[in-house]
Design a protein around this ligand. Structure first.
Ligand SMILES: Nc1ncnc2c1ncn2[C@@H]1O[C@H](COP(=O)(O)OP(=O)(O)OP(=O)(O)O)[C@@H](O)[C@H]1O
Ligand SMILES: [Mg+2]
Length: 205
């Protein structure tokens, strides 16, 4: 079993969008996947509640109330959807059990500034473990000014950008029906699906 934490203390960075779509991808690839909602707002579980039982199965539960987080049993992938503001001992507790951390960052000056301390904490907490942290450029096209801004911000860190996910209603519309972009027909959202290739390869080399 492998576990990935999706985290950024900035609200609205795209954590739940990333987590639910990642879970949807694994489910459609025939893997057993558990979505661990760590957020009291339980947005990921709300998404699960909309999900048609005929779609590829995902197990979900609220994992935010435990003193020490324990990974779910009998799953191939655990995807942990973190709450905004995650830091301190809670962050350390989750980092203890996961193989990878995905940090979605929207390349705005506000979001980058709000993520900086968090990236420093991650670097500190994960020293001695290389290749654990991947950045997801959220709501941005590669080769745009916004992308360049994010890339230069990340020069202070040694974290790869593993995907650029565009700003598109595909995520908003699928989420409304408890679906991921990977739950749609192959001909739909083709470009979006392709933009996940690097991220998926990084998670599962
Ligand atoms: N790539 C995208 N394109 C378009 N809309 C997006 C994209 N990513 C996220 N959104 C939208 O942005 C909003 C915030 O995203 P999301 O809920 O995933 O963020 P979050 O980090 O989980 O927020 P919170 O900190 O409140 O848990 C949602 O309405 C979502 O549909
Ligand atoms: Mg969320």
């Amino acid at each position: 079993m492998r576990a990935v934490l999706v985290a950024n203390p900035k609200g609205g960075a795209g954590k739940t969008t990333l987590s639910t779509n990642l879970a949807g991808h694994f489910a459609n690839a025939g893997q057993r996947v558990t979505l661990c909602d760590l957020d009291r707002q339980q947005s990921a579980l709300r998404w699960m509640a909309f999900r048609d039982p005929a779609l590829a199965p995902i197990t979900g539960y609220y994992g935010g109330g435990q003193t020490f987080f324990a990974l779910p049993q009998e799953t191939d992938w655990a995807v942990l959807d973190a709450p905004a503001g995650l830091q301190g001992y809670k962050l350390s507790d989750y980092l203890r059990v996961v193989d990878r951390v995905l940090v979605p960052i929207v390349p705005s000056v506000y979001d980058m500034a709000a993520s900086e301390d968090f990236l420093n904490s991650l670097r500190q907490e994960l020293r001695g473990r290389s290749g654990v942290i991947g950045i997801v450029a959220m709501r941005v096209d590669p080769r745009t000014r916004a992308a360049t801004m994010l890339e230069s911000f990340l020069k202070h860190f040694d974290f790869p950008i593993v995907a650029y996910l565009r700003n598109t209603q595909a995520y908003v519309n699928t989420a409304a029906g408890g679906r991921s972009i990977f739950d749609t027909a192959p001909s739909l959202h083709r470009r979006e699906k392709e933009s996940w290739a690097g991220l998926l390869q990084w998670l599962n080399p």
